[in-house]
Write a protein that binds this ligand. Sequence first.
Ligand code: CP
Ligand code: NVA
Length: 310
Amino acid sequence: MGQTLRGRHLLSVRDLSPQEVRQVLDLAHHLKREHRAGIRHEILAGKAVALLFEKPSLRTRVTFEVGVRQLGGYSVYLAPQDVQLGVRETVPDVARNLSRWVDGIVARVNRHAALVELAEAAAVPVINALSDFEHPCQALGDLLTLEERFGGFSGIRAAWVGDGNNVCHSFLLAAARVGLSVAVATPPGYAPDPDVVAEAQAEARRWGASVRVLTDPREAVAGAHVVYTDVWTSMGQEAQREERRRAFQGFQVNQKLLDAADPQAVVLHCLPAHRGEEITDEVLDGPRSVVLDQAENRLHAQKAVLALVL
Ligand code: CP
Ligand code: NVA
């Protein structure tokens, strides 16, 4: 196992080189196979991990708790009302205290800046469990899922349909690092961050892949091997729900849109889904959907991250 990631923070996919993304994926495949074969590893024996959450979670919380345990460590879950980052005490004070007790901090925060502040003051690695800007652990699980399906990324084209949000940012940065091409289609005003797009474009080019940002979902999906969507209204944006529902009309991943993709295309959704908004039941529960493999793979991808970083 390589040592380069040991002790480092994972706040963004930007924190990983293409070689390090490869290293995480290789270890994740390995840990998944071994887990299925009943082989256990005590890589985190005696280590403690704090799970500091400012927002609700099903997948991220369960996969980190179970993953830490499977690797022989243990975790302490801190719910939104427990710590109250920056309210009950300052973010650096939280980081400095936690660093005296635990070997790593997994944090889901409202503002990405709070994650940066946490990492600056922490003496232990901080792992982003979702911020308003990125969701790197999601992207690693996504790549694991696609690599299982397609055996690699060369020549594979993905379409992102919907909001150019946190999950989109991490997916773009991660896809670029493995040479997976992505066409993003969002309504005007909901495109991904231009710096993320520029960086992903430059990285993708190195691997002969591309990143395009469009406003027509059919154009993005045409012939795509992967169709990925996420909610139109993310956690914390509930006040904008009606405005967003209107803005995203025409961006629903339904059977008609999916018919424009490659016949063998797979459908991704990070979940939770707002059924009937960004995706129909027919597609989410249909034969092209791999969303449960995707959810399972969060576990294996994050175990690899924990094993490499802690
Ligand atoms: N995809 C994801 O992170 O799900 P949760 O919000 O349930 O953790
Ligand atoms: N974009 C969604 C992802 C949830 C996993 C949100 O931030 O709520």
